[in-house]
Design a protein around this ligand. Structure first.
Ligand code: ADP
Ligand code: MG
Length: 676
C-alpha cells in the first residue's frame, strides 16, 4: 500500500428512534504503509465500527476516509467490493471459517474470488498453511481444528492474496493467552517480514503491546495515539526491497469463475441432503406429470394419425353436386350441377395443395367381363369397385409383383394372387406374368360382346380368387361402348374423384377450393378433429396437474432457499467481507436453486419415461387381450421434450430462487457477520 490511510472527521451514527447514537464522533487519523496499529478502548467505543468502515463493509455518516488513493467514504458498492477482494484481509474474533470447507479450501477462498484456478490457488494455500505451521492440517475441517489452529487458517486466508492491509477484530478474543500470544507473534512477523499494514482491535493490554502504535478510542473519538516501538522510517527505507509481495497484486481480477459457483452450489446442496431431496421431489412429481402428458400426447397423436393415414386421411372424396329441383319427379334421372369431366379433373389437379387426383369410374351394373389369355384360356373375373384396391381393411393388399393400379390415370390389370396362381406354369413366378398381353371381353345383356386389349401390370394379395383391378383406360373404354356414347366422359363425367392432398395441413384449403367449384368434397378430417379435441382435453387436464405440482415445487424451492440463507447468513457475511460481490452471492443462490430444479427435472424425466413405458406395456397387454393388434408406442419422448423438460425444471428452480437470492445479495455484511 504505497499511500497512507487518511481518516478525517469521520462520523458514523445509528438512529435509535429519533435520536442519533454516535459510534464514531469525528475521528482524525493517518496510518502510514507498513504500520502495525492496535486499536484499543472500552467496549462500545467504536473500534469495530471504525474497522468495518476501513473494510468498506459499512458507510460513514460523515467525514472522509481515504485508503490507498480510494475515497472509500463515497465509493460505490462495486468499488468497495473490489477494495475488499484485492486489497484487504479480514481476521475475526470468532475465526469465521466456512464450515464445509477444509483448511486448505478456506485459505484459498480469496484467490477463488479473484478468479485463480483451483490447482494454483490450492498450491499457494498449502504453501502458506505450511508457513503458519499447519502443513499437517490441510484437509481438516474447521470443527476438527483447535481455536488457535482455526485462527492460523484465518490468518493464512487473510494473507493469501497479498493484501496491502489486514484488519483484525479481537483476533485473540476467543483464544487462551498462550495461543493468543502465538497468533500475535505470527501477525507481528508478517508485519515485519512483508510490511503489510496491520490494524488490530483489542482490549487486551498484552496484545496491544505487539503493535508499534496504540490508538485509543473513547466514545467514538481518538483519546490517545501513542507510538511505542515504531520503526516506520526504517521500514519505509527498505520497502523497495523487503515489502514487495511475492505475487503482484492484480487489479480488477476476473472475479469468481462460474465453475467455482457451480462447485460451491453443489457442495452446499450436499450439506442438507434430506431437505434438498425432499424439495427436489416436488419438481420430480411436476416433471413426471408434464413429461407423461406431453409424451402421451405426442405418442397417441402419432398413433391416431398413422391409423388414419393408412385409410387415407389426406384423401378427399369428391362427388358431383346434385341440383335441388323445385318439382319432385321420381322418374327424372339425377342431374349433376357440374359433371366431373376430365377438364374438371385437371382443374382440381392444379389447385394448390393437391398432390394427385384419381378419377373413379364404376363399370355399369350387369356387365360381365371375362379375361382372354394369350393361350386362349377364358376366365370369368370380378372387377373391384373403383378405388377399392387402394385401401387396406385387414391389410391384405400387398403388391407381390409389378405395379398396382392406384393413383392418377392408369391402365392395365392387376391380378389377385389367387387368380395368378392358376395361370402360372410350373417353374414360373408372378414376375413372369407381368407384361403379358390379354384381352377383356365385355358382354351386353342382350348378347353383344366386344373385346378390349389390355396387359397384366401387377399381382397383389387379395381375398378373392377371381378378382382383378382394372385400369381407368379400360373402364372408360368399356363404359363408353356399353352406353354407346363416345363422349361420355366429357358429358357425364366420372362417378367420383379421390383427391389426395399434399399433407394433412392442406386438406381444409383443398376442400374449400373444391367446394367453390360446385362439387361435393368429403374427408375424414372431421373425425380427426374430434380425436384431437379429446386428446387436447386430456392434455389440458394432465397439464394443469403438472403445472400445479410445479407451482408447489417452486414454492418448496423458494422456501428451502430462504431457510438456507437464514442458516448461512454469517457465511454470506464472511464471503462479502472476503470480497464476494452482490452479483456473485446472488448467482451462487440462483445456481443452487437452479440445480435443485435441474436435478429434480432429470429424475422426473427418467421416471416419466419409465412410467410411459409401463403404461404402454399395460395398454398393449390390454389391447391384445381385447384383440387389437398393430398399435404402436403410445408414449413417445422426442429429444425436444427431454431437453425442454430439463430446461423448464431448471427455469422453475431459478425463478423460485430469484427472490431468496436477491435477499441474500442485499444482506448487510456487518449485521450478517454478527448473525449467530
Ligand atoms: P466496540 O467494537 O468498540 O465495542 P462498536 O463499534 O461495536 O464498539 O459500537 C460502538 C457503538 O455503536 C456502540 O454504542 C454500539 O451500541 C453502537 N452500534 C454499533 N453498531 C450499531 C448498529 N448496527 N445499530 C445501532 N447501534 C450500533
Ligand atoms: Mg467490537
Amino acid at each position: 500500500m504505497p499511500n497512507p490511510i487518511r481518516i478525517s472527521n469521520l462520523e458514523r451514527h445509528f438512529m435509535r428512534g429519533e435520536t442519533a447514537v454516535y459510534a464514531l464522533h469525528g475521528v482524525d487519523l493517518t496510518i502510514q504503509p507498513g504500520e502495525f496499529v492496535a486499536l484499543v478502548g472500552p467496549s462500545g467505543s467504536g473500534k469495530s465500527t471504525l474497522l468495518n468502515l476501513l473494510g468498506g463493509l459499512d458507510r460513514p455518516s460523515g467525514g472522509e476516509l481515504w485508503l490507498n488513493g480510494l475515497a472509500l467514504h463515497s465509493a460505490d458498492d462495486k468499488q468497495r467490493t473490489r477494495h475488499r477482494r484485492e486489497q484487504l484481509g479480514f481476521i475475526f474474533q470468532s475465526f469465521n471459517l466456512l464450515p464445509k470447507l477444509t483448511a486448505l479450501e478456506n485459505t484459498a477462498v480469496p484467490l477463488m474470488l479473484n478468479g485463480v484456478p483451483k490447482a494454483e490457488r490450492e498450491a499457494r494455500a498449502a504453501a502458506l498453511l505450511e508457513k503458519v505451521g499447519l502443513g499437517h492440517r490441510l484437509h481438516h475441517y474447521p470443527t476438527e481444528l483447535s481455536g488457535g489452529e482455526q485462527q492460523r487458517v484465518a490468518i493464512a486466508r487473510a494473507l493469501i492474496h497479498n493484501p496491502a492491509l489486514i484488519l483484525a477484530d479481537e483476533p485473540t478474543g476467543n483464544l487462551d493467552s498462550a495461543t493468543g500470544a502465538e497468533v500475535m507473534a505470527l501477525l507481528q512477523q508478517l508485519n515485519q517480514e512483508q510490511g503489510i499494514t496491520l490494524i488490530v482491535v483489542t482490549h487486551d493490554e498484552e496484545v496491544a503491546a505487539y503493535a508499534h502504535r496504540i490508538v485509543k478510542l473513547r466514545d467514538g473519538r481518538v483519546e490517545d495515539d501513542r507510538v511505542t516501538r515504531w520503526q516506520g522510517d526504517k521500514v519505509t527505507d527498505d520497502s523497495s526491497v523487503t515489502l514487495s509481495p511475492p505475487h503482484p497484486v492484480t487489479l480488477s481480477t476476473p472475479g469468481l469463475p462460474f465453475r467455482d459457483i457451480i462447485r460451491s452450489a453443489l457442495g452446499n446442496l450436499r450439506r442438507r441432503p434430506v431437505r434438498n431431496v425432499l424439495t427436489a421431489a416436488g419438481v420430480v412429481i411436476g416433471i413426471i406429470t408434464l413429461v407423461a402428458m406431453v409424451s402421451f400426447g405426442v405418442g397417441v397423436q402419432k398413433e391416431v394419425q398413422r391409423n388414419f393415414e393408412t385409410i387415407g386421411l389426406e384423401n378427399i372424396f369428391v362427388n358431383p353436386l346434385f341440383a335441388e329441383t323445385d318439382e319432385f319427379d321420381p322418374f327424372a334421372p339425377p342431374e349433376p350441377e357440374r359433371a366431373l369431366t376430365p377438364t374438371a379433373v385437371s382443374e382440381i389437379a392444379q389447385l394448390p395443395g393437391v398432390k394427385i387426383v384419381t378419377p373413379i369410374l364404376d363399370l355399369p351394373r350387369g356387365v360381365n367381363v371375362t379375361l382372354l389369355m394369350a393361350d386362349e384360356q377364358v376366365i370369368p373375373v370380378r372387377i373391384t369397385e373403383g378405388g377399392e384396391g387402394r385401401f387396406s381393411f385387414g391389410g391384405t393388399n400387398d403388391l407381390l409383383a409389378g405395379q398396382s393400379i392406384d393413383e392418377g390415370e392408369t391402365q392395365g390389370i392387376v391380378l389377385s394372387n389367387g387368380l395368378a396362381d392358376t395361370l402360372l406354369a410350373p417353374e414360373q413366378t408372378y414376375a413372369d406374368l407381368i407384361g403379358q398381353a390379354v384381352a377383356l371381353q365385355a358382354e351386353l345383356p342382350r348378347g353383344e360382346s366386344q373385346q378390349f386389349p389390355s396387359r397384366i401390370v401387377g399381382v397383389r394379395e387379395s381375398f378373392g380368387s377371381r378378382t382383378i383391378d382394372l385400369g381407368l383406360a379400360e373402364r372408360a373404354a368399356i363404359t363408353t361402348w356399353w352406353f354407346g356414347q363416345p363422349d361420355l366422359l366429357e358429358t357425364e363425367g366420372y362417378d367420383r374423384l379421390i383427391v389426395r392432398a399434399e399433407n394433412l395441413g392442406s386438406v381444409t384449403a383443398v376442400i374449400e377450393a373444391i367446394d367453390e367449384m360446385d362439387f361435393a368434397p368429403q374427408s375424414f378430417e372431421a373425425i380427426l378433429d374430434v380425436a384431437n379435441q379429446v386428446l387436447s382435453l386430456l392434455q389440458a387436464l394432465l397439464g394443469s396437474v403438472g403445472a400445479l405440482a410445479l407451482l408447489v415445487a417452486a414454492l418448496g424451492v423458494a422456501n428451502t432457499m430462504l431457510m438456507a440463507i437464514y442458516e448461512r447468513t454469517r457465511e454470506i457475511g464472511v464471503l462479502k467481507a472476503l470480497g464476494a460481490s452482490r452479483r456473485e452471492i446472488r448467482l451462487l443462490f440462483m445456481v443452487e436453486a437452479g440445480l435443485i430444479g435441474l436435478i429434480g427435472g432429470f429424475v422426473g424425466l427418467i421416471l416419466g419415461a419409465l412410467l410411459g413405458r409401463l403404461v404402454d406395456y399395460i395398454a398393449h397387454w390390454y389391447l391384445i387381450e381385447e384383440g387389437v393388434t398393430g398399435v404402436g408406442l403410445l408414449s413417445v419422448i422426442p429429444p425436444w421434450l427431454a431437453l425442454g423438460a430439463l430446461a423448464f425444471a431448471a427455469l422453475i428452480g431459478i425463478l423460485a430462487g430469484l427472490y431468496p437470492a436477491a435477499r441474500a445479495a442485499r444482506l448487510d455484511p456487518v449485521s450478517a457477520l454478527r448473525h449467530e
